[in-house]
Design a protein. Structure first.
Length: 226
């Protein structure tokens, strides 16, 4: 039977692969060359885990010392570069791979934080950060507003999956059980949000308020130009 010590890296590598696929697909969509595709695949697949490891003191981060993370990222980039048409047949491929990577990293990141002695709340928050870090960096590099700030149930789904792992640990449940339930919950929430357009409440402004804000922004731009 797989132990926690062997199970967490498996989830980490699985999350790295699917996130790297999403990064590579986004790079192809923006017409980057092969080097740009591989760079974006590595960044998307590993930044979340690297950030988590630095914050909990697991240095140097696993992604920088274990060549499997680099190889998995390169493999994802190459697959996408040569067989993009096959990957692109999936419905909204970037979002679906992103949802899978979110689930992998949320549960693995939470468990790793628990292993390093963090309490339930910081462990859940670091699990969420592990899940959203790579996607945020990918979007920033592509000059886009990060999905976590505009997508339906992105960070919320990651936090929900992380909380399941924390609760399972508190109840003494096997990690494989809590990770499976948390991962399914995270992916399910994100997938259903994509499919049905679920979202958190948005700020709505009247036409008069929007016109006032646009006028202020225009005046500010004019003054800065002068």
């Amino acid at each position: 039977m797989a132990t926690i010590e062997s199970f967490v890296p498996i989830l980490d590598l699985g999350g790295t692969f699917v996130f790297a696929i999403s990064g590579a697909v986004a790079a192809v969509n923006r017409r980057l060359d092969i080097f740009g595709i591989l760079v974006l695949a590595f960044v998307t697949g590993n930044v979340g885990g690297i950030t988590r490891d630095v914050l909990i003191g697991a240095v140097p981060p696993a992604a920088l010392v274990d060549t499997r993370y680099l190889l998995v990222s390169i493999l994802a980039g190459i697959i996408t570069f040569f067989w993009y048409a096959g990957v692109d047949r999936l419905r909204t491929p970037v979002l679906l791979f992103d949802a899978a990577g979110l689930a992998f990293f949320a549960v693995a990141g939470t468990q790793k934080a628990i292993e390093f002695g963090l309490g339930p709340v910081p462990s859940a928050l670091l699990g969420m950060l592990s899940g959203i870090g790579g996607g945020m960096t990918r979007d920033v590099l592509l000059s886009e507003i990060p999905q976590v700030l505009r997508s339906d149930f992105y960070a919320v789904a990651a936090l929900a999956g992380a909380l399941i792992v924390v609760i399972g640990d508190g109840l003494g449940l096997p990690y494989s059980v809590s990770a499976l339930v948390g991962g399914i919950l995270c992916f399910g929430l994100r997938f259903m949000a994509i499919r049905h357009g679920w979202h958190l409440p948005l700020a709505h402004h009247s036409a008069r308020q929007r016109a006032a804000v646009d006028g202020l922004n225009q005046n500010k731009t004019t003054r800065e130009g002068n």
